[in-house]
Ligand binder design. Structure first.
Ligand code: NZQ
Ligand code: ZN
Length: 393
């Protein structure tokens, strides 16, 4: 008999307060006074200096009377080396608060840092290898988001790359490390290059898929995710034609947050194997996160389709509008994936790992860096992983 799972047992609380819209930055005036004087202003490679966000944030901090210290140069796919540099800076300035201004990399880095400043252990070993929870004081974090996709603005995720070990691993911290607040102004994302925008759009899609393609029970979150996917496809089409379309960009921003803020995962086993494959590709190439996901998704989903055919057919019909009449469940599922493939190519997504620099000779090493997840429709063997990576070349 089919196991009745319904939504299971859980507790739900998301502690991050959001400030959304064109005036969202005003939120800093409400939030920053709640925290100590020494603010560590964390940002990336300088895009915020070009588009003026840096000046706006600094002005508010100074007006409130904060002592502002900087930790710049957080790279896309932040590394353990950078994390150690940040720990030194945060200790030296006795940071009371970490203000992250940037994309997922800056937000992730700020969270990893927040749980490492007062840690006596090595953060890579503790959080990423042993996957332990913090047992030290956490420095509170706030985010001003400038690039959309990861959902890092309202979750506990912090993905760090160990370049020496060629491993890219995410630690999901609990509530205490979630940003205390996040500022979401869609206008701040308008200067994001098209390649990054499209990668972010696919990152959102992939986050939804990772949760949607799991389980066979009747879960209200699956219906919500189908609606989110339809809205995402609709707004993505508009944003790709006209990146300055505020309505489309704001819808995409809102979807990104809700795709990965622990809401839709409730009641789901969740898969995350696409992210494990993508992160392994990322560890070997330093490629843009969303593009590593788009490059492996179709071969992966085609590989597991026979094990989750019902859900793939439902996805094809409810998300991509495939007409199911006269077709087998698997045929409907495959038709959904081929409609999706055409759309992915149309909006400019990378659909092969060779484009990201992976060659046949790298396959074994990339497979070695790929973690195996258990919540999807098929638990992969190392040989399955190699076959999927070869099909992604
Ligand atoms: O460094 P700067 O100069 O700011 O430039 C960045 C960077 O080069 C640029 N950018 C950001 N905002 C901009 C802008 N350029 C112009 N105008 C703006 N307004 O965009 C580039 C990419 O930024 P990045 O932060 O790396 O992108 P993203 O937001 O995609 O973050 C990727 C990282 O997040 C992790 C990924 O693995 C990767 O390390 N993830 C975090 C997750 C989480 N916290 O839950 C989940 C995700 O699955 C993901 O793994
Ligand atoms: Zn992602």
């Amino acid at each position: 008999a089919k196991e009745i799972i319904m939504l299971g047992n859980f507790t739900y609380c998301n502690p991050t307060r959001l400030y959304f819209g064109k005036d969202a930055l005003d939120g800093l005036n409400k939030e920053l006074p709640k925290f100590g004087k020494n603010v560590l202003f964390v940002y990336g490679g300088g895009s915020i200096k070009k588009n003026g966000i840096y000046d706006k944030v600094l002005e508010i901090c100074v007006k409130i009377g904060k002592n502002v210290f900087e930790d710049a140069g957080v790279m896309p796919n932040p590394t353990t080396d950078k994390l150690h540099e940040g720990i030194e800076r945060a200790r030296a300035c006795k940071a009371d608060f970490i203000l992250a201004v940037g994309g997922g990399s800056v937000c992730d880095y700020a969270k990893a840092l927040s749980a490492s400043v007062h840690l006596d252990d090595d953060p890579w070993e503790k959080y990423y290898v042993r996957s332990e929870a913090p047992n030290c004081e956490i420095v509170p974090v706030g985010c001003v988001l400038t690039m959309v996709g990861t959902g890092s603005e309202m979750n506990g995720g912090a993905v760090i790359t160990n370049t020496a070990q060629k491993l890219k691993i995410g630690h999901v911290f609990s509530d205490e490390v979630f940003p205390k607040f996040s500022v979401l102004n869609p206008e701040f994302t308008i200067t994001v290059p098209k390649y990054q925008m499209v990668a972010g759009i696919f990152d959102i899609m992939s986050h939804i898929f990772e949760q949607y393609f799991s389980g066979t029970d009747d879960c209200s979150n699956d219906y919500i995710m189908e609606g989110m996917l339809r809205s995402l496809i609709h707004s993505a089409n508009i944003a790709v034609e006209n990146p300055k379309d505020y309505e489309a960009r704001s819808n995409i921003m809102w979807l990104a947050t809700w795709a990965l803020n622990t809401f839709v995962e409730k009641g789901k086993t969740t898969d995350w194997e696409v992210h494990m494959l993508g992160q392994a590709v990322g560890a070997h190439t330093d490629a843009t996160h969303g593009m590593t996901l788009s490059a492996v998704s179709l071969p992966y989903y085609r590989y597991i389709l026979p094990y989750g055919a019902e859900r793939f057919a439902r996805h094809a019909v409810n998300v991509w509008g495939v007409n199911p009449k006269g077709k087998s469940t698997e045929e409907i599922g495959e038709e959904g994936l081929s409609v999706m493939e055409k759309w992915m190519k149309k909006i400019g997504l990378v659909t092969s790992i060779s484009e990201l620099g992976v060659t046949e000779e790298d396959i074994d090493a990339v497979a070695d860096s790929t973690l195996v997840m258990k919540g999807g429709y098929k638990v992969l063997t190392k040989d399955n992983i190699k076959a999927i990576l070869r099909a992604s070349l």
